[in-house]
Design a protein around this ligand. Sequence first.
Ligand SMILES: [Zn+2]
Length: 191
Amino acid sequence: MHSGDNHPLILKLDVGGIPLDWVHWEYAATAYVNNKIAWEGGGKRIRINGGTNRATGLRSFLEMDTIIAVNDHRGGALMGLVPPLTNRALFQRDGHICLYCGERYRHSDLSRDHVVPTSKGGPDEWENCVTACGPCNRRKGSRSPEKANMKLLAVPYAPNRAEYLILSNRRILGDQQAFLEQFVTKRDRAA
Ligand SMILES: [Zn+2]
């Protein structure tokens, strides 16, 4: 098998169609070979090229779906859990926009701001964290937005599992995005 990380990630569902995780094609290939695929749910197929057969000169390949369901029943339980808070997913949630000045920045110029500062007992959780640029984060310091006289542009929230999967994959495919969006509740983030 040709390896390399150019292939998109595959969305793994439980048998009831609840999203579980992103998996690499190697995982999916093993599941296909071992007949562990319960059903396929994507609109596209990913083709992985293998080696060339010396005798026939034909190139082998493996095709797999962009969305696979396996015999697993943990989806519902996972959906009920708050996904891990990472800077990548946090900045994605806020569209790479500093929620104080409203400017868009690159990942490396952004930081995690605690709305209620950790020094004042603010938890390191989704509902208390927003994306902030360096200058805004420094200006706010260890004050609440009110004390710093800085208005929050949107309300922080905890994404559900499906939303987290959308936020954590930079190279999500259109059919995967559409599938996951069914599980995302629309919200009004006006502060
Ligand atoms: Zn800013």
